[in-house]
Design a protein around this ligand. Structure first.
Ligand code: ZN
Length: 403
C-alpha cells in the first residue's frame, strides 16, 4: 500500500501541468446557478475520456461519474457543486489565471477565477483523482463516485435530484467545499425568517398623516441587532448561533409615498440549542414589547418554512460514532499533515446525506474567507495535494484488489 501511495504522488507531480490546465478549463466555463449545462457536459465527457465506467448528465445538469469497484469494499461518494455565485465586479473572472498568491496575501502560486475556491478546484480534483486511479491501474473494491452537482448556491436541488431521482449514494460521503486542507465534520443549520411591519400610507409631503412602516421596522431591526443577535446561545459542538438582517423592502415603492408596509429578512445560523421555534418565540417577544410601548406598531413574524420545531438543518459527523473520520484523518496525514477537526461556517449539501445516516466528511482546497469574494483563488499546492488525498482516500476507504 505504501508504494501505491507513492505512485499516486508521483502521478500528480508528473502531470502537474495538465492538472492545472484542467482546472483552468473548468473555471473558464461560466456556470452560475441554473446555467450549469455546459460545465456538466464538459465534466461528464472528461470523466468518460479518463476511463470512468459510467458518466452522464441528469435533468438538473448534475454530472455523475463512477468507477465501479470489484465488489466487497465500501463505496466513496465525492460531492462538489459546479454552480457559482454571480461574478460581480471581479476582473477576468473566468481567466483561471496562474499568478503569485502575494496579491491575496498567501504564499506560492495560485489559480485565480470565479469558483476556484468555491468550489471548482475540489471538483476538478475529484475527476483527476479518478483519472489517476485509472491510469495507474488501481482496482478498487468499492465504487469511486463523483457527483458534480448544480444549484447548490440556491438551495441544493442538484444534490436532492442525485439522491432522490438517481439514488446516487455511497457508504461514505466526502464534501469538497473549502476546508483549507483540514477535516470538516459539519456545520450549523440555516434558517430564513421574515417580518412584515404594517403602517398607513400617506403623501410624503405630510408624513404626520400616516404611519411610516419603514420607521417602525427600523425599531425592530435595532432590537434584533443590538440585543437578540448578541445574546444567542452557544453550543459545545456548533459554537454560537448567528443572526443578521440581510434584506429590506417597502410597499408601495414610491419615493413620494410614506410606505404602508415594510418587510425585512433575516439569516440565522443555528444549532440544536436554538431552533426555529426558539427564534420564532424571540421575535414575537420583541414584537410584543415594542407594541406595549407603541400602540401603532403592528408586525407579523414569518418563518419561510413552517416552524419545524426541533428539527435542525445542520449536521455533525461524530468521530466517536463513525470510525471513518479517524481513517480519513490518517489518510490525509499520510499525504500532507494531520488535519484538525473543524466545522464549516457556511452550510453545505452534506446535510442531506447526513440526514440519511451516512457519515459525511469534508475536505477541500481553498479558504472559506475567499469564497464568494473578488479574490476567489486556490493555491496550486493545495489543489495538487487534494488530488492525491482524494485518490489515496479512495484506496483506503474502498479497498484495493491486490492482484
Ligand atoms: Zn460552495
Amino acid at each position: 500500500m505504501r508504494s501505491l501511495m507513492e505512485t499516486i504522488i508521483e502521478w500528480v507531480e508528473g502531470n502537474r501541468g495538465e492538472c492545472i490546465k484542467f482546472l483552468q478549463e473548468v473555471i473558464s466555463i461560466p456556470s452560475p446557478s441554473f446555467e450549469e449545462k455546459r460545465e456538466a457536459k464538459f465534466l461528464a465527457e472528461k470523466m468518460r475520456e479518463y476511463g470512468f465506467d459510467e458518466s452522464y448528465v441528469d435533468e438538473k445538469h448534475d454530472a455523475l461519474g463512477a468507477i465501479i469497484g470489484s465488489g466487497g469494499g465500501r463505496s466513496l461518494l465525492l460531492n462538489g457543486h459546479i454552480d457559482h455565485v454571480p461574478v460581480g465586479a471581479m476582473v477576468d473572472p473566468y481567466s483561471g489565471r496562474l499568478m503569485d498568491g502575494a496579491e491575496f496575501g498567501v504564499e506560492g502560486q495560485v489559480v485565480y477565477g470565479r469558483a476556484a475556491c468555491d468550489m471548482k478546484a475540489a471538483v476538478a480534483a475529484m475527476v483527476l483523482a479518478g483519472r489517476a486511479l485509472k491510469e495507474l491501474g488501481v482496482r478498487l473494491e468499492g465504487d469511486y463516485r463523483v457527483a458534480a452537482v448544480a444549484q447548490e448556491e440556491v438551495g441544493g436541488a442538484g444534490t436532492v435530484s442525485t439522491i432522490v431521482d438517481s439514488q446516487f449514494l455511497g457508504d461514505v460521503v466526502l464534501i469538497g467545499e473549502a476546508t483549507n486542507m483540514e477535516l470538516a465534520l459539519g456545520h450549523r443549520g440555516s434558517m430564513k425568517f421574515g417580518v412584515v411591519v404594517k403602517g398607513r400610507s400617506c403623501h410624503a409631503s405630510a408624513p404626520e398623516r400616516g404611519v411610516n412602516a419603514l420607521y417602525k421596522a427600523i425599531n425592530m431591526i435595532q432590537r434584533i441587532r443590538d440585543d437578540l443577535a448578541l445574546r444567542l446561545p452557544s453550543h459545545p459542538i456548533y459554537g454560537r448561533a448567528s443572526l443578521v438582517v440581510t434584506q429590506i423592502e417597502v410597499s408601495p415603492k414610491a419615493s413620494n409615498v410614506v410606505p404602508e408596509s415594510c418587510r425585512f429578512w433575516m439569516d440565522c445560523r443555528n444549532h440544536p440549542g436554538f431552533t426555529a421555534e426558539d427564534l420564532y418565540d424571540e421575535l414575537n417577544e420583541i414584537v410584543a414589547e415594542i407594541s406595549a410601548g407603541d400602540p401603532e406598531f403592528e408586525a407579523t413574524v414569518i418563518p419561510t418554512t413552517l416552524i419545524a420545531g426541533r428539527t435542525f438543518s445542520g449536521f455533525y459527523t461524530d468521530p466517536d460514532r463513525h470510525p471513518v473520520v479517524e481513517e480519513a484523518a490518517y489518510a490525509v496525514s499520510e499525504i500532507t499533515r494531520k488535519p484538525k477537526h473543524s466545522l464549516w461556517t457556511f452550510a453545505t449539501d452534506g446535510r442531506m446525506y447526513s440526514r440519511l445516516g451516512l457519515p459525511v466528511i469534508g475536505f477541500g482546497p481553498g479558504e472559506e474567507r475567499f469564497a464568494h469574494t473578488q479574490q476567489d483563488h486556490v493555491k496550486v499546492r493545495d489543489f495538487l495535494d487534494t488530488i492525491k488525498v482524494y485518490a489515496w482516500l479512495a484506496c483506503r476507504i474502498c479497498g484495493v484488489c491486490e492482484n
